[in-house]
Design a protein around this ligand. Structure first.
Ligand code: CA
Length: 431
């Protein structure tokens, strides 16, 4: 059945009845408002906790932090606002976006005279968990200068862990955006030229806390005292005149748009029915090193075919596969084309291989040259489709991420009493 060097491959198809039930379309990025305070009717959200009674007021549907109600004048206070709602990460909440509209003018130019916006603040006590307190949370302090200061506990009061130049300031009302995807916290602000400009990102998931400037240069690194810490949103207005117009906190779901089943669906995985000796890069064949291959088969429309998606007609312009080892990928939602070259080990297969199984044609993603030491290794695969509507708009749709290993497919074959279809050498390779 097997001829050395010959490329003919005979596969055993596992029918994937389970997968025929998967539904069509899931939504793309959705944002759910989980906390809001616009100070409407000059009232704060009932969940808001303030540090002091006398050091804030609400006027013009805005919160004045540092304004003393006794003399109705600004003073050098350290007033705090806490949104008393824990923001943890779970199946429903994988990413948070904070949008804070405010202005702040410090009594001095020192950066610790600023409006410090904290996330993942460990507790909701009104006096504790300040920016300078150990492991209290991640705070960025901004006021009327084009500089920001960052605190992450572990000392650093008052000067902060580090500071960074920023593209605008908050002397007049401006918007700060903080996006936390449970791996990296990204900071953006509006500038007179451009909305939502990235100015800082802080990787907070590893053993080290690492900060990057807008160009991805490492600007600060320290032991990650905040690893795994979640908690509350807090504003700590330190000796500055801060006027907060609104606070919005969203839970963001940006799982990728799924192709309707009619356009692309998973059909099953295959292994080789014979083994192939390893072929080195120089073309040398190593008879003693016998390898297997794993194929993910998909029922996919071809280029030029048309389907409906969210009420519109789309034409398939291009398609291909994506493959990665499961232990290389932290989140299947980032297994997308634009991450190829950015995520280690994520491989694009632009040419899917046609497979004919009992007269039915499938497109496949093929991982070959798998040694027996990797037969248990879980591999992830999905298909992407580039599609165009009648107005020329391009969208990318994906199948759900499939996972399999050589051993799993082999076990299915055995359980289906189809092991006889495999070469005896294949059976001994697995047993
Ligand atoms: Ca308001």
């Amino acid at each position: 059945m097997f001829v050395k060097g010959k490329k003919t491959i005979i596969f055993v198809l596992i029918l994937a009845i389970l997968f025929s039930l998967t539904s069509g379309i899931t939504a793309s990025s959705t944002k759910t408002l989980v906390y809001y305070d616009g100070f409407e009717d000059n009232k704060a959200n009932p969940k808001a906790i303030f540090r002091f009674n006398a050091w804030h007021k609400m006027e013009n549907e805005q919160l004045y932090m540092g304004s003393n109600i006794n003399d109705n004048d600004w003073g050098e206070a350290a007033e705090a606002y806490i949104a008393n709602q824990r923001l943890d990460f779970d199946e429903e909440n994988k990413k948070y976006e904070y949008v804070v509209k405010f202005n702040s003018n410090g009594f001095r130019n020192d950066l610790w005279y600023s409006c410090m916006v904290g996330i993942r603040v460990a507790g909701n006590d009104k006096n504790d968990f300040k920016p300078g307190d150990a492991n209290s949370g991640l705070y960025v302090g901004i006021a009327h200068t084009n500089k920001a200061v960052v605190y992450h506990g572990s000392g650093g009061w008052p000067g902060g862990a580090f500071s960074i130049d920023i593209p605008a300031n908050f002397a007049e009302t401006n918007t700060l955006y903080i996006v936390d995807d449970n791996d990296t916290v990204r900071y953006y602000m509006d500038t007179p030229e451009e909305p939502r400009v990235l100015f800082l990102s802080i990787k907070i998931s590893g053993d080290m806390l690492t900060a990057y400037d807008k160009d991805d240069n490492v600007i600060y690194e320290a032991a990650n005292n905040l690893k795994g810490q979640t908690g509350y949103f807090k504003i700590f207005s330190h000796s500055t005149k801060t006027i907060v117009d609104s606070i919005e906190i969203y839970s963001v779901d940006d799982s990728v748009p799924t192709a309707p089943e009619a356009a692309a669906s998973y059909s099953g995985s295959q292994i080789r029915s014979t083994l192939v000796p390893f072929r080195t890069k120089s073309g040398e064949i190593v008879d003693s090193d016998l390898r297997q291959g794993l194929r993910f088969c998909f029922d996919v429309m071809g280029v030029g075919e048309v389907f409906d998606y969210e009420g519109k007609e789309y034409t398939v312009k291009d398609l291909g596969g994506l493959v990665i080892l499961k232990d290389k990928l932290s989140d299947p939602n980032i297994m997308v084309l634009e991450q190829v070259g950015k995520i280690d080990g994520l491989v694009a297969q632009p040419e899917m291989i046609d497979v004919d199984v009992n007269g039915n044609m499938y497109k496949s993603i093929y991982i070959y040259n798998i040694p027996d030491t990797a037969k248990e290794t879980i591999i992830l695969a999905r298909v992407w489709l580039e599609c165009e509507d009648s107005d020329g708009n391009i969208i990318y749709l994906y199948t759900s991420v499939q996972e399999n290993s050589l051993s799993r497919v082999y076990q299915e074959i055995v359980e289906n009493n189809e092991a006889d279809s495999l070469d005896p050498a294949v059976r001994s390779w697995f047993e």
